[in-house]
Design a protein around this ligand. Structure first.
Ligand code: GLC
Ligand code: MG
Length: 685
């Protein structure tokens, strides 16, 4: 066997015949490795001849290491190899740098609680699945399609804990159990699983301030069990005139009640059946934190923290200053009679909330599993107290505290008033935080009744086009109104104390259809826990779904628009005009040429708005949507924008010059972001 000199091509057989193909250890069984004893003498000679031949062989696939080494150092192989090596290094570095840059310049993605309105379900009144006249968890599950239809993702369900129902669930007997009226723990788990399957988030109430007087802790406490003795706020008092100080309950009268078992008074900032927990006791703090864990472990997506400003009271129990110092002390019976220096917003409150926030953060790390916190605190004129619940740039607290200022809207119907209320929040909110808007809940009269049915559409338009998260109390999407309640029909304990303070009118059953009980309950005796509103044949989901001009259809359209338009989701919000009738504002995003102008008439009369002094607006404006429908698609001159009383317009327009750069004092944005059309991305700018 020999190599043929000068042969240009060596085929595979030849390669295998190549003596160098032999295993290094000489253990290979290729034919080249097979040597007979007879051949042995000529072997060395042959190998040296072969080595000389290697230099004549061109490189080929599968060549032995010796051949490879011969060629690999030649410039024509080495140079491309090095070039490729450095190119790989450069590309890797470029990718790393690009990734870091993209992360650094990308604005934060909006979280689920920012993308959808928060819809409040009052479980007694939403849907009754078993015909007992009271809504329940299975009923809510039956109606999940309603949220999908509305494109709502976040649902807050008012309390469904085990409760004697003195305050309809806000008096909790067992924080780890479901009240049988609403169903079972299995019903809850099924509801949550089904909501998650549908991409819906469940927010539940967390009620830290008090328990029911039927709670096991309270029984142990009144019996002075050593562990539970200080779980509540007790003090000595006189059994016949129990009033250790002048503090009053939110529901009226003294906030102290004498307990015969213990022979002392206990504090209750709400009903006497709702004793206040003593948060100065570390065991109480731990118990409540454990309850948060219990529900987070079950998978709930967030908490609405109830009545937070009442959580702590001053330990010294001194009298609170009277609003009217001349009023006789025995006449001090209402919360409005006192300045609540010692019973609300006490030092240490925010530490507690921040601690709970941190616990919730521990559950928020998986993508899409952020746990949301909203706090409830009515601070009226002390807006700065409310803003504290946003936390600080370094220490997080709630994602937002409820903004109750729009609840004052019925006091005065004018564009200026609406702007004033909106501005109360925008001007006081800490920089970079996310606003929210409430026009109704289970504690306040329905907005459609208090401002009038004529304004419900323009109100929904306001909520769904303002920046931030709107909340929708069940029924607002169809324009439900308060029911009239006779004194004998009163269910609410607050109403039993003072009929005009009853919250029953806004808690009537949801109006699903024109059927019996408005489709809320199949109860044959026609009795639901509160009467159904008499307008239910006209105002109901089924009827309004079929009517593209209905309150419901408009709500749905606006919500879809809000979720599909970047400018409405996260763009600038700028005041444009406010007068006795109209509140007008725009939403725009830098880099995006599509912007929106809202002209909302909250006044009592029709108006014509002239925006010709605003050069950033095009001369002609096309109405995308009007609450009066007939104006849809109309082309208006910007100098002449007519609106009826209660009419709202959404105008979509194209811009080349944006409004915000030259009117920064009129504009607000949570987090600045600019859009690049060619690559369809947002960046921090
Ligand atoms: C909150 C609830 C209210 C309840 C009170 C006491 O304000 O919204 O309904 O009565 O707390 O828990
Ligand atoms: Mg039921």
């Amino acid at each position: 066997m020999s190599f043929k000199k000068h042969e240009a091509h060596i085929d595979l057989v030849t390669c295998i015949d190549n003596p160098a193909f032999k295993d290094v250890d000489g253990e290979g069984d290729g034919s080249a490795a097979k040597t007979s004893d007879d051949d042995h003498a000529g072997e060395e000679k042959q190998e040296s001849a072969a080595a000389e031949e290697y230099t004549q062989i061109k490189p080929y696939a599968g060549m032995p290491k010796e051949v490879l080494l011969l060629y690999s150092s030649q410039a024509r192989y080495r140079v491309p190899r090095e070039i490729l090596f450095w190119l790989t290094v450069a590309c890797t570095l470029a990718i790393v740098a690009l990734t870091i840059t993209v992360i650094a310049v990308s604005p934060r993605c909006l979280s689920w609680w920012q993308l959808s309105p928060v819809y409040q379900v009052y479980p007694r009144s939403f849907k009754d699945s078993d015909g007992d006249g009271v809504g329940d968890l299975k009923g809510i599950q039956e109606q999940l399609a309603h949220f999908e239809f509305l494109n709502i993702k976040s649902v807050w369900i008012s309390p469904f804990y085990r409760s004697p129902m003195r305050d309809f669930g806000y008096d909790v007997e067992d924080f780890r159990a479901i009240d049988p009226l609403f169903g079972t723990m299995r019903d809850f788990e099924e509801l949550l699983a089904e909501m998650h399957n549908k991409g819906l988030k469940l927010i539940m109430d967390f009620i830290p301030n008090h328990t029911s007087d039927r709670h096991r802790w309270f029984n142990m406490s009144r019996m002075r069990d050593p562990h539970y003795e200080d779980y509540y706020v007790w003090t000595d008092c006189n059994a016949t005139a129990p009033r250790p100080n002048n503090w009053v309950s939110v529901f009226g009268n003294s906030s102290w009640t004498f307990d015969e078992v213990r022979g002392q008074c206990y504090l209750h900032q709400f009903l006497k059946e709702q004793p206040d927990l003593n948060f100065r006791n570390p065991h109480v703090r731990q118990e409540m934190t454990d309850i948060i864990h219990f529900w987070l472990d079950k998978g709930v997506d967030g908490f609405r923290m109830d009545a937070v400003k009442h959580i702590l009271e001053a330990a010294h129990l001194r009298d609170e200053p009277q609003v009217d110092p001349n009023k006789p002390p025995e006449m001090i019976t209402s919360e409005w009679d006192l300045h609540h220096d010692y019973t609300t917003s006490q030092l240490g409150l925010h530490d507690l909330l921040r601690h709970w926030r941190a616990e919730m953060d521990g559950y928020s790390r998986e993508p899409g599993r952020y746990r949301f916190m909203v706090t409830e605190s009515y601070d009226y004129h002390e807006v700065e107290k409310t803003m504290m619940y946003y936390g600080t740039p370094l220490v997080k607290e709630s994602d937002f505290p409820f903004n109750f200022y729009l609840l004052d809207l019925p006091q005065n119907s004018s564009g200026l008033w609406v702007q004033h209320l909106v501005h109360l929040w925008m001007a006081n909110m800490p920089k970079g935080r996310w606003p929210n808007w409430v026009v109704g809940n289970h504690d306040r009269p329905r907005i459609a009744s208090s401002v009038g049915q004529a304004y419900i559409r323009v109100l929904n338009m306001l909520l769904l086009t303002l920046p931030g998260t709107p909340t929708t109390y069940y029924g607002e999407e169809i324009g439900m109104e308060n029911i009239n309640i006779t004194d004998s029909q009163i269910q609410d304990p607050a109403g039993k104390h003072n009929a005009s303070a009853s919250r029953d009118p806004q808690r009537s059953p949801m109006q699903w259809s024109g059927d019996m009980n408005a489709g809320f309950s199949s109860n044959k005796t026609n009795s639901t826990w509160l009467p159904v509103h008499s307008d239910y044949r006209r105002v109901n989901v089924e009827v309004q779904k079929k009517d593209e001009d209905s309150v419901l259809s408009q709500y749905r359209f606006l919500n879809a628009l809000r979720q599909s338009e970047l400018a409405l989701q996260r763009g600038w919000f700028c005041y444009v005009r406010a007068d006795a009738s109209v509140f007008s504002f725009l939403r725009e995003l830098d880099g995006l040429d599509r912007a929106f102008l809202m002209v909302l008439n909250f006044g009592k009369e029709a108006a014509v708005t002239d925006l010709s002094s605003i050069p950033e607006l095009p001369d002609q404006l096309t109405v995308l949507m009007s609450t009066n429908h007939v104006s849809d698609g109309k082309v208006l001159q910007k100098s002449h924008i007519p609106t009826e009383a209660g009419e709202g317009l959404v105008i979509q327009y194209s811009i080349s010059t944006r409004f915000n750069p030259t009117h920064s004092e009129q504009c607000y944005v949570s987090e600045k972001a600019c859009y690049i059309r060619v690559v369809d991305i947002l960046y921090k700018c």
